[in-house]
Design a binder for this molecule. Sequence first.
Ligand SMILES: CC(C)(COP(=O)(O)OP(=O)(O)OC[C@H]1O[C@@H](n2cnc3c(N)ncnc32)[C@H](O)[C@@H]1OP(=O)(O)O)[C@@H](O)C(=O)NCCC(=O)NCCS
Length: 182
Amino acid sequence: MAVLKKIRSRWWSPAAEEFQPEAEQPRPALAGQLYDIRPLTISHLDECWRLDQRCFVDGEAYSRETFEYLLTAPEAVSFRATTIAGSMVGFVVGLIEPDHTGHITTVGVAPDHRRRRLAKRLMAEVEKGFRQRDVRLVRLEVRSLNVAAQRLYESLGYAVTQRLPKYYSNGGDGLLMLKSLD
Ligand SMILES: CC(C)(COP(=O)(O)OP(=O)(O)OC[C@H]1O[C@@H](n2cnc3c(N)ncnc32)[C@H](O)[C@@H]1OP(=O)(O)O)[C@@H](O)C(=O)NCCC(=O)NCCS
């Protein structure tokens, strides 16, 4: 239960609170680097956990136990982005909920590999995995101040359907976003 509570309260980051307009965020230099999108399994537990701590520098990083739960759950649909050399630089974890909606529980990309469409590719892959398991509706929660993530989701066709007052443990509001896969 504690694990699930933690999962639900994930979607915020102080990086988002400190969000600066796009023009003030220089894009990283390695824009030409190539990446692969591959399945994320329990064999990547430690690498994923370490990367998560680099993505969520706010004390809201998942515990190793939470990742262990997520990566062994039969209802999980998870992918990682790797460099050609094989290092993990991004991840996404989706869960098929009992009501058969797809739930994006977390997505993260290493700071020095952002703005190269990795999150977009990871999200596309998890949606494909959901479709293959007959999921027709995807949901996620995002902190109201996490503008970067909201723009990502909007660009993929997610729409805000509800504000979730004080959804986060620190009192911040969340936004519920939905996308139909039909
Ligand atoms: C949010 C996050 C996953 C985006 O990863 P990313 O690989 O950089 O995103 P992409 O390159 O696929 O971006 C796709 C689109 O999303 C939007 N976007 C992504 N980051 C943005 C930012 N910082 N500012 C504005 N728009 C942004 C843009 O529309 C972008 O398209 P563009 O680059 O052509 O303008 C990444 O910033 C991250 O890991 N943040 C910390 C963890 C987090 O907040 N996760 C989500 C909530 S749990």
